[in-house]
Ligand binder design. Structure first.
Ligand SMILES: [Fe+2]
Length: 297
């Protein structure tokens, strides 16, 4: 006879008179099973929170027995490969709403940007020659003086997107601050001129591409540049300060085909002038713009 709970219930419900025939030993087992069933029923109604912690695992030898140290220095290390990672934005995905939706960030960063990183790492795993470069170096090497290697597009898109996420901030927009405004007014005549040029440049792009505010290393002035597909101004040695992604995946969910609205909202509510100011301060280590305009702490 099986003494599972279901068997017990079946026995007692089918023949109550037969229960008198159960021996005292069996009755103990019946009672035990009954208690078990009640416990299970209680657990079902009121589940207990079960928390498992990491235990302190003892060594596999006695504590008083000294172990011989292995000479790890003589061991040949395994092949160690470090590739590029998918860097998340510094703000929450819903932090740019209502100007850039959480869903846009989820797809743009979580699918498009992730795909660029994954593809780049697949390329690099098959090409030892390109291993070990910084991202900036990798872009210049794979651009190959205007004859891009297959790795260039995905590497540039990884760099461009990292730069784009940092070009925005929650509560962005407004006006440039400190010496950045002064430099913009010097090189564009006024902030209004700069803003208009930036948006018109965005609208002039045919197909997918990027709009940039750059510091031109040789001319020592700010300028607006556009690039198609994945190309970045780094490859011709300008120093990027700000970028706007004009690929359809950047704006379509929130603005459909209204690229003018997207570019205006970017300028009014998303652009991080703090980030641009910091980039310009670093760029001045390479480009002398005359009298220092940005106080250095
Ligand atoms: Fe993009």
């Amino acid at each position: 006879m099986s003494w599972s709970c279901s068997n017990y219930l079946c026995l007692s419900s089918s023949s109550s008179s037969s229960s008198s025939l159960i021996s005292s030993h069996e009755l103990t087992r019946v009672n035990s099973c009954n208690l078990s069933c009640e416990y299970k029923e209680q657990r079902r109604k009121d589940p207990i929170n079960i928390v498992a912690y990491n235990g302190l695992k003892p060594p596999s030898y006695k504590l008083d027995k000294p172990q011989k140290r292995k000479n790890h220095a003589l061991k040949k290390p395994n092949n160690i490969s470090a590739y590029y990672s998918l860097k998340p934005p510094s703000y929450k995905f819903d932090a740019l709403e209502p100007y850039m939706s959480k869903r846009t960030l989820e797809v743009h960063w979580g699918e498009h940007h992730r795909a660029y990183v994954d593809t780049l790492n697949k390329y690099l795993s098959k090409n030892d020659v390109l291993y070990g470069y910084t991202m900036d170096e990798l872009l210049k090497v794979t651009y190959n003086n205007g004859n891009p290697l297959p790795e260039f597009n995905v590497a540039a898109q990884v760099w461009n997107h990292d730069f784009f996420w940092e070009s925005m901030q929650p509560g962005g927009g407004n006006l440039p601050i400190l010496g950045l405004m002064e430099q913009i007014e010097k090189d564009f005549g006024s902030f209004a001129n700069f803003r208009q040029d930036f948006i018109e440049s965005a609208m002039s792009l045919f197909g997918s591409g990027w709009v940039w505010l750059v510091l031109k290393r040789n001319e020592k002035r700010l300028a607006i540049a556009t690039t198609t597909n994945a190309v970045t101004p780094l490859v011709w040695d300008d120093i990027p300060l700000l970028s706007l992604d004009m690929w359809e995946h950047a704006y379509y969910r929130d603005y459909k085909n209204d690229r003018v609205k997207y570019a205006n909202v970017f300028m009014d509510h998303l652009v991080s002038w703090n980030a641009v100011l910091g980039r310009m301060a670093r760029a001045q280590a390479f480009v002398n713009l005359g009298e220092p305009k940005i106080p250095v702490a």
